[in-house]
Design a binder for this molecule. Structure first.
Ligand code: KG4
Ligand code: ZN
Length: 402
């Protein structure tokens, strides 16, 4: 089954053709980053206009790259929630029109679902270009192990989802205020680094000392998050470092910081943000020991420090467990006398088997049309019926549980 996925919820205009929920036949993304780098953030009206200008060429290119005509397309999927109102409107109106024009079933997909389903995607199996294919076995095995936990970390959301089966999501943790990606973007602005903040903070952090500035971990109950305090902590730490009063305007601080100070703040912030995420992930595994795998989703999951730290945490747990194992490793985990905590036992157990943690393949963490098509495929598999193209609505703020 070939699905055309269309994504315009924020500042990327994207379309892709995906076969059977995993095989990427084409993936076209036109980013508006260059426009918004100048402003330091997204301007909704400008985003909507830019979508309008490029959406049809983007869709046409996605069909051409996939070597498909409209006859080959079995369904159209589009992001209808959540996101910027004007941006969502352009994508959904285009998809509705095309569905009517070409007589195709239309599926409306929640954006966070799509991010999660980016973990099922692989480069076209039938292509000869190689590369990403080698990951396929591990990725699909891992991502198919239900129940799974999804760490959704994007510019607009920070949530931990419990997924007992395909297309079934329960929010078990969420942010009380800013999303983690938003926090990266705001901290980057304070440090005078370009938008989007995630990649520019990572780049600056390469030359920085992650231990130079101590930033507090917010005390938030359960699996919930708060990132606005972390942003303010960076602001105060910068003011203190520069011996400036807290009334000093944040937009001017960058003019007083040396390149080394920027690098050290970037590294200290990035380390703190990653530590907070991993702390909550461990807690989530403790509270949900039945979870068989973890997938990261959303723009921030492209973060290399996060990927390395996750690897380290999980492999250190493994080494620790292996050192304590006598005889059959499996019996160790059944041993109630072991001092290992629930998440450690869980991690140890899983690490003896197939890969447990999945990140989207490079280039698929951020917004794209392929993940929309993959999510729609599993909706169809779960019995979801197509939506009426004459009635499809948009929901800028609706939860994934609705
Ligand atoms: O998922 P996404 O593309 O759009 C939303 O649905 O929000 O996420 C965008 C966010 C931005 O805040 C951006 O700064 C962040 O993802 N981001 C990163 C990285 N790449 C993008 N954050 C940390 N490290 C990165 N490498
Ligand atoms: Zn997104």
């Amino acid at each position: 089954m070939k699905i055309l996925g269309i994504e315009t919820s924020c500042d990327e205009t994207a379309a892709a053709v995906v076969e059977d929920g995993k095989n990427i036949l084409s993936n076209v993304v036109v980013s508006q980053i260059d426009i918004f780098a100048e402003y330091g953030g997204v301007i909704p009206e400008v985003a909507a206009r830019s979508h309008l200008e490029v959406i049809m060429p983007v869709i046409e290119k996605s069909l051409k790259d996939a070597k498909c005509t409209w006859d080959d397309i079995d369904a159209i999927a589009v992001t209808h929630a959540p996101g910027l109102l004007g941006s969502l409107l352009i994508g959904t109106l285009t998809a509705r029109t095309l569905a009517i024009l070409h007589d195709k079933p239309l599926y409306a997909v929640h954006h966070l679902k799509s991010h999660v389903y980016a973990n099922w995607l692989v480069e076209n199996e039938k292509s000869t270009s190689g590369g990403l294919q080698s990951n396929e076995g591990a990725r699909l095995k891992s991502a198919n192990a239900f129940p799974l936990l999804a760490m959704v970390i994007s510019g607009g959301h920070t949530q931990i989802l419990y997924m007992p089966a395909h297309n079934d999501f329960k929010i078990i943790g969420t942010t009380h205020d800013d999303a983690i990606g938003e926090c990266f973007d705001k901290v980057a602005k304070i440090l005078g680094l370009p938008y989007p903040g995630g990649p520019s903070i990572s780049e600056a952090a390469k030359n920085g000392d992650e231990n130079r500035y101590h930033l507090p971990h917010p005390k938030v109950e359960g699996l919930n998050f708060s990132f606005s305090g972390l942003k303010t902590a960076v602001l105060r730490a910068v003011q203190k470092e520069l011996s400036l009063p807290i009334s000093h305007p944040s937009h001017d601080l960058k003019n007083h910081l040396s390149a080394q100070q920027v690098a050290d703040f970037a590294a200290s912030f990035e380390k703190t943000a990653v530590d907070i995420l991993l702390e909550k992930l461990k807690k989530a595994l403790e509270l949900h020991p039945d979870a068989k795998s973890v997938v990261f989703a959303g723009g921030v999951s492209a973060n290399q420090r996060l990927q390395r730290a996750t690897d380290t945490v999980f492999s250190e747990e493994y080494k620790r467990s292996a050192a304590g194992v006598q005889g059959d490793p499996k019996s160790f985990f059944e041993d109630s006398k072991t001092r290992a905590s629930a998440p450690e036992r869980y991690l140890q157990k899983k690490l003896l088997g197939s890969p447990l943690v999945a990140f989207p393949l490079p280039g698929l963490s951020g917004d794209n049309g392929a993940m929309v098509a993959a999510a729609a495929y599993y909706e169809i598999k779960s019995g979801v019926k197509p939506t009426d193209p004459y009635k499809l609505n948009i929901y800028p703020r609706i939860s994934i549980e609705n």
